[in-house]
Design a protein around this ligand. Sequence first.
Ligand SMILES: [Zn+2]
Length: 73
Amino acid sequence: MFFVGKKARLQNTHYLHRSQCEILPDIHARITLEATKIEQALVEAQNYFDVVKPCALCILQKQTASPSRKAAL
Ligand SMILES: [Zn+2]
């Protein structure tokens, strides 16, 4: 299951997350998507927001800690 945050981050970007993400927005601050694949989820999220990027923590799954985490926040 995928979610997109309602609140824009840098450069009006909205982030796409998986349900287990540690920075997943609060239930009131996210939209639950029907898509089951990342590609579909991105397309679906773009129905709501112009700029959508996959979260660096839960989707890009970079193993290194702080820089990508700060970018996702
Ligand atoms: Zn995430």
